[in-house]
Design a protein around this ligand. Sequence first.
Ligand code: COA
Length: 323
Amino acid sequence: MSADCDLEFSLAEDQDFQQVSPPEITVLKLCTSDDYNGLDYMSAFYHRWLQEPGRVVFIARMKNRVVGLESALLVDDGQSVVFQGRRVAPDLRGSGIAGALQRHVSDYVRRHHPEACIARLSRGDQPSPQTLAKYRLVAKEAILSLCCEAADLGPFIGELQSRLQQTTSQSPVILNQQQAETLILSNHVVSTLLPGKTIINDWEPLKPVQANLEVLRRRGLIYIADRESEPSALSLCTPPYAVPFRDDALRININIFGGHLAAVCGVFLAQLRALLPSVRGYLVCNIYVDPDVWSGLHQFCQNKSSVSFLKDYWEEVILETDL
Ligand SMILES: CC(C)(COP(=O)(O)OP(=O)(O)OC[C@H]1O[C@@H](n2cnc3c(N)ncnc32)[C@H](O)[C@@H]1OP(=O)(O)O)[C@@H](O)C(=O)NCCC(=O)NCCS
């Protein structure tokens, strides 16, 4: 079936998120509890996205029902857009709505921002060879997904700390904003640590250029490196946000750049230590790393402290195409 002719597109509004009646026309209903493994970020991000400078959020409607959503964020000093949040009502998937919405948002960006010539997106599934042929592969990160009660985090940190002491004596450094911004644009970090010379924060791929520092500042990240100068590992951690996985579930994202396993383990542990005082409830943590260090980090995280692996090895791919 072709959905194109029955669809209407509009910029999303606050009330599209959760209308009282009828409940099935809301953005909230576009994903099931299985989508994103229960870790959908939309409840936490939707209203923030509507206010974000340089972002448009589009809704597709069919017979007055909200059936799809897609967002585009202008980045790289207006030269590129990042597509995010693509979703279609479960009963209408596979009918061309995602493609029609994508074309509408791309046309809108071309009309309103003619200087933007590249579109980037990230995917957590394995795109087909036909899909991959339409894009350039920019970068790949492997993901380690852990979950636990917040009360188990302290013992886990203690266990990993004693393991780490056997391999390294260096203490990682929490960077202030200025140190972090200088470091993330430095030649050393860009050419030796960033995957595909791309800063990736929680699935958001950005070029390492001055203008993107403003985007990163909005995210409220904690930056930790194994050392302040010429680090072997640099990590960014998002503030925890609520996800539908469980009533009290918080999702945490730690992106770690660098292929030196001991340094990666060190900054990971330091990020957990920084989180420990503020987290409550149930925690689900995605750690995004160089695929070459995933199995070493997985091994490092084996524990007796009731911290579980949510799923086995999986990947995030960053794709790019001309707009
Ligand atoms: C991803 C999703 C929107 C696809 O909807 P659909 O109606 O089944 O889409 P179709 O099968 O008609 O494919 C249309 C387009 O969506 C793309 N698509 C499929 N899966 C995708 C995914 N996980 N992420 C991004 N795009 C995806 C397809 O590649 C295709 O694009 P192309 O024409 O450029 O190749 C839908 O399955 C969904 O809502 N899933 C839950 C949310 C989700 O996982 N979103 C993706 C991450 S942002």
